[in-house]
Write a protein that binds this ligand. Structure first.
Ligand SMILES: Cc1ncc(C[n+]2csc(CCOP(=O)(O)OP(=O)(O)O)c2C)c(N)n1
Ligand SMILES: [Mg+2]
Length: 1030
């Protein structure tokens, strides 16, 4: 009999492969694969087939093994290798000797398959082929049931239903529907669970359809983890369909009414205003609110939300609870905020603004909600939200990441189309970037502006990108508000259970045009014909509730009236509403100065003894640690530099800046591609033991019991847009941190251009949110070709908002120049100056982004060294000038010039590493009548120091020298400002500014090294040479 079973099974398999479609073959292959991939998640004793636990049987404990049921998928998988048949034989022999010695499900199995008397008359005659087919049928629903789900509220979707959902494919007919089948499978949940092994085919099919083909389409079988799939099956394949009670339904109704009436109200009061309404997708609001309530029940205390235009005002008003009167007031003309300090920035359109609020939840808890401000650029705020969430987790010591949650609302077009979605998703499981899962909701209105999905994406669903991350995806019909709520709750539960991303694809429609004054029928005539006659989600829900008799027309009217009354009251109150900038500032930033309030310039020098102590800590390694030979040498040299106080190089200066900030209690975080070692092998902030591979980061060992995250340096994923956005979001959460992002080479930063243009350069002006983010952009012409030379300094300078024709108050006690400017751009040339500019970021009462043209060859340049005395705050030391030790915005000539040098024939102003080449040339030709000054801070322009130098050299020809092409570098930025500085001293006109540098060029640099050397030599010679510059 055992032999017969084996042959039969094998025979089935042959038949199957002959008859099976490619889809079913794929399913079989998946089953087999899953069988081999998942064991690493199983408890160890269950890993192998042969180690199945036996149930002790008092009578036959010694003789017969007591097996547990074996997953049938495993049986199909391993029947071919013979080992399982041995096991089965054993099992069958044990069962024949004593049917109670095996697990109940096996008892059932053998009763049926070996033709013994069945306990249930209906099961008799079930063949092994039928079992297998039934399993595949269930499996097919799990995999592809969503293809048959009723997702489109408009009923326009034309999807081909996969043939593997067809009963006939499995050889079943009508006649089989009332037969009972055995289905119990070990370590499976839901339908295949061993807890409900026997069911009629009809009931299996009905429940499969209800579970997988109703208003929610579940996509999760791409997840390799068996436990996660089982968890979902447990929730999906419930014995009876889920249902909300009357009380819950009333809450859902109320929330849907708010969502719907809010849009209606705006539509009637401001008929021609653009608001990017939610009509057609109103169930988003009850969905989000119920999701938040569930999340709060499960421990979430704070939620950071990111979303674009669609439904944003509705979310702001109804979910985040921005005062309705404020929203209405902004609609009526966007009154500029006024408050005691008066700074207003430029403001932004109403559907970009953010806000935050503490909201009571259904369960009686409070949850903090913040909606981040965002630009028009779809999806650009994704990683900003995630970064902010991660920062919240750090500051609130949310170690298991269950208290702070990030939620992103997407559009269907943008989710599928924008690359930053993928870049953000890929941060989700990285140790230094994970937030324990983001919940994504796609407001899938099946159109993007005027573009249909078939023209807008190549994937079946707009959410397919998330499958790469093994995120479950719940597609849900937006017209079934209860299904939306259910999917949203499930998403919250998933996130709190598995700490990973999950997607709710809310399939809805857009009742009007892209915005309210747009005509959709130009491009989607058929769709809009259907929409015209389609009842609203609220009307559909009213009907459903009235039909089931749970809610009366009076209840409905009461809710409607209440909502309308409040909307009207708020509208009246909006007329007198005066917005305050306070509404925009978050609590962590209390006490920080707006550009209106002066923040005193502070010293950034550090006490010598602290420098020595931290210097030692960051240059020593544990005794038994075995670094790479070359790295060991680097560390020995660093220790030597600290010891002698001489020759401190760039990397050590940076480490000293980080270390001193950390010991002062600040959080420091540096991220970017390969930043741990440093692209140029100079940083070595994380060392690797050459024998054990163990890592050691000296900056993690500065203070006793240092929180390992207090100093974070982390290689990032190979993304600019995603990672820079993340760090920006991170930096905005708290001012007490130095957050840095480093580009591998400066020009790669243009992959993150949106973050520079839309956020870093203009975020404060638009949204009154400060950030002290530091961006390190390796820059400098050293012959490596067009793609590795330029960080495109000109672009950052061009976006600077300091007025080129107005000199602001430069008096040290009154100077607010940096506060008033949108960002700072520096090209420091000494390690000490780099140290001070980093420290300056935190040693002030405001925060301002800092763009650093970071060096490459200066990292090892013999002259690019500083002494420790330039880092300290000791009077009389070289770094200490009249105001103490600070970042030098301009470094004057190093030739010990007096206050008046009438014999200097030329003043060469430059910035960055070309200085060292100019200085070399000057030494070479003995041009002591040439002065060279370094503009270390390009933006805002150091008018005071430039004028000081102009006065020092009254007879000098004024030259701007740069190594970049004329249409690049700082030239265009410098010229009008230098002229303004000269003009007020009557030192000449625009044409008196002489240019030395490369000519205009399309590419940033030559690809030929020899040509580079020639060009470089020529420009340096010209700048120093005797010939007047034309
Ligand atoms: C990066 C970017 N490109 C283009 C646009 C212009 N734009 C605004 S809305 C929109 C369509 C968005 O479609 P979808 O993501 O489906 O959102 P919906 O408006 O349908 O809610 C486009 C192309 C934009 N805002 N951002
Ligand atoms: Mg859309």
């Amino acid at each position: 009999m055992v032999f017969a079973l084996k042959v039969e099974t094998f025979g089935w398999k042959m038949v199957w492969f002959r008859a099976g479609s490619s889809a079913t073959k794929l399913a079989v292959r998946r089953i087999l694969n899953q069988g081999t991939r998942t064991p690493r998640y199983l408890p160890s004793q269950n890993r192998s087939f042969h180690s199945t636990l036996y149930r002790p049987n008092p009578q036959s404990a010694a003789s017969a093994p007591v097996p547990r049921a074996v997953p049938l998928s495993k049986l199909t998988d391993s029947f071919l290798d013979g080992t399982s048949s041995v096991y089965l034989e054993e099992l069958q022999r044990a069962w024949e000797a004593d049917p109670t010695s095996v697990d109940e499900s096996w008892d059932n199995f053998f009763r049926n398959f070996v033709g013994q008397a069945a306990t249930s008359p209906g099961i008799s005659g079930q063949t092994i082929q039928e079992s297998m087919r039934l399993l595949l049928l269930v499996r097919a629903y799990q995999v592809n049931g969503h293809m048959k789900a009723k997702l489109d509220p408009l009923g326009l979707e034309q999807r081909e239903i996969p043939e593997d959902l067809d009963l006939a494919l499995y050889g079943f007919t009508e006649a089989d529907l009332d037969r009972e089948f055995f289905l119990g499978v070990w370590q499976m949940s839901g339908f295949m669970s061993e807890n409900r092994p026997v069911q009629t085919l009809r009931s299996i099919l009905t429940r499969l359809q209800q579970a997988y083909c109703g208003s929610i389409g579940f996509e999760y079988m791409h997840i390799a983890d068996r436990d996660k799939c089982n968890w979902l099956r447990e929730k999906i394949e419930t014995p009876t369909p889920w249902r909300y009670n009357r009380e819950r339904r009333e809450v859902i109704l109320d929330r849907l009414a708010w969502s719907t009436q809010f849009e209606n109200f705006l539509a009637t009061k401001w008929t021609t205003a653009k608001r990017f309404g939610l009509e057609g997708g109103e169930s988003l609001i009850p969905g989000m609110k119920e999701m938040f309530d569930r999340a709060a029940d499960l421990g979430v205390e704070s939620i950071v939300i990111g979303m674009s235009h669609r439904g944003r005002l509705n979310v702001l008003g109804n979910v985040v609870r921005k005062p309705l009167r404020q929203i209405f007031s902004e609609f009526s003309g966007g009154i500029r905020p006024v408050d005691e300090v008066g700074y207003t920035g430029t403001g932004d359109v109403k559907y970009h603004l953010g806000t935050s609020y503490d909201r009571p939840t259904r369960g009686g808890k409070k949850i903090h909600l913040s909606l981040v401000a965002n630009p028009s650029h779809l999806e650009a705020a994704d990683s900003v939200v995630v970064g902010k969430t991660r920062a919240k987790q750090y500051y609130s010591k949310d170690l298991d990441r269950t208290k702070n949650l990030g939620i992103l609302i997407h559009g269907d077009g943008s989710f599928a189309g924008q690359g930053v979605v993928y870049e953000t998703l890929h941060l989700s499981a990285l140790p230094n970037y994970t937030t324990g899962g983001t919940i994504h909701i796609v407001v899938n209105n099946q159109v993007a502006f005027t573009t249909d999905p078939r023209a807008g994406r190549s994937s079946q669903y707009c959410t397919d990108v998330a499958k790469a991350l093994s995120a479950p995806i719940f597609h849900v019909n937006g017209d079934d508000v209860e299904a939306v709520v259910h999917a949203c709750e499930l998403a919250a539960e998933w996130r709190q259970t598995f700490h990973s991303d999950v997607v709710v694809d809310l399939v809805c429609y857009r009742r009007f045009g892209h915005n309210e004054i747009d005509e959709p029928s130009f491009t989607q005539p058929k769709m809009y014909k259907v929409i015209k006659n389609h009842p609203s989600t609220l009307q559909i829900y009213h009907k459903k509730l009235l039909e089931c008799g749970e809610i009366s027309q009076q209840d409905i009217d009461r809710i409607q009236e209440k909502v309308n009354t409040i909307l009207n009251e708020e509208f009246v109150a909006s007329k007198d509403y005066l917005s305050k900038t306070r509404d925009w500032l978050s609590t962590n930033w209390a006490g920080f100065k707006s550009p209106e309030q002066i923040s005193r310039v502070r010293n950034t020098g550090v006490k010598p003894e602290i420098l020595k102590t931290v210097g030692k800590a960051i240059s020593s390694l544990p005794e038994n640690f075995k670094p790479h030979r070359a790295v060991k040498k680097v560390y020995e040299q660093r220790a030597q530099m600290i010891e002698t106080g001489e020759g401190i190089d760039w990397a050590l200066a940076e480490a000293l800046a980080f270390a001193t900030l950390v010991v002062e209690g600040n959080h420091v975080r540096l991220s970017g591609q390969d930043v741990e070692r440093g692209t140029f092998s100079h940083r070595h902030s994380v060392l690797h033991d050459q024998e054990t591979g163990e890592e050691y980061c000296p900056l993690d060992h500065l203070v006793m019991n240092q929180d390992p995250e207090m100093f974070t340096v982390s290689n990032s994923s190979l993304s600019e847009f995603g990672v820079l956005g993340f760090e920006l979001g991170y930096s905005m959460e708290s001012p007490n941190s130095l957050v840095l992002w480093e580009a591998q080479f400066g020009d790669f930063a243009n992959g993150a251009q949106v973050i520079f243009d839309q956020f870093i350069s203009s975020g404060e002006a638009k949204w009154l949110r400060q950030t002290g983010l530091v961006v390190l952009l390796p820059h400098g012409y050293d012959g490596q070709g067009p793609e590795h030379s330029s960080a495109r300094l000109e672009r950052y300078l061009q976006m600077s908002d300091d007025n080129p024709y107005v000199i602001p108050d430069m008096e040290p006690t009154l100077r607010k120049q940096i506060q008033e400017c949108n960002w700072q751009i520096v090209n420091a040339t000494t390690p000490a100056n780099y140290f001070h500019v980093l420290r300056r970021q935190l040693h002030r009462d405001f925060r301002k982004p800092l763009i650093v043209m970071a060096p490459k060859n200066l990292l090892r340049h013999k002259d690019c060294k500083s002494n420790l005395s330039e880092f300290d705050d000791v009077q009389g030391h070289p770094g200490f000038d009249k105001q103490g030790t600070r970042f030098k915005r301009l470094i004057k000539d190093q030739n010990d010039h007096s206050d008046l040098e009438e014999g200097i024939r030329r003043l060469v102003l430059c910035s960055g590493k070309v200085y060292y080449e100019l200085d070399d040339e000057r030494k070479k030709v003995g041009a002591s009548d040439v002065a060279i000054c370094r503009v270390e801070q390009l933006c805002p322009f150091p008018y005071d120091l430039i004028q000081r130098e102009l006065k020092r050299y009254p007879n000098a020809e004024i030259v701007w020298c740069q190594e970049e092409a004329m249409n690049m570098g700082a030239y265009s930025y410098i010229t009008p400002r230098l002229w303004t500085a000269m003009r007020s001293l009557r030192r000449g006109d625009m044409e008196d500014i002489k240019y030395v540098g490369r000519g205009p060029s399309a590419a940033t640099a030559t690809g030929f090294y020899t040509f580079h050397v020639k060009e470089q030599a020529e420009l340096v010679q010209k700048a120093i040479g005797k010939e007047p510059i034309s």
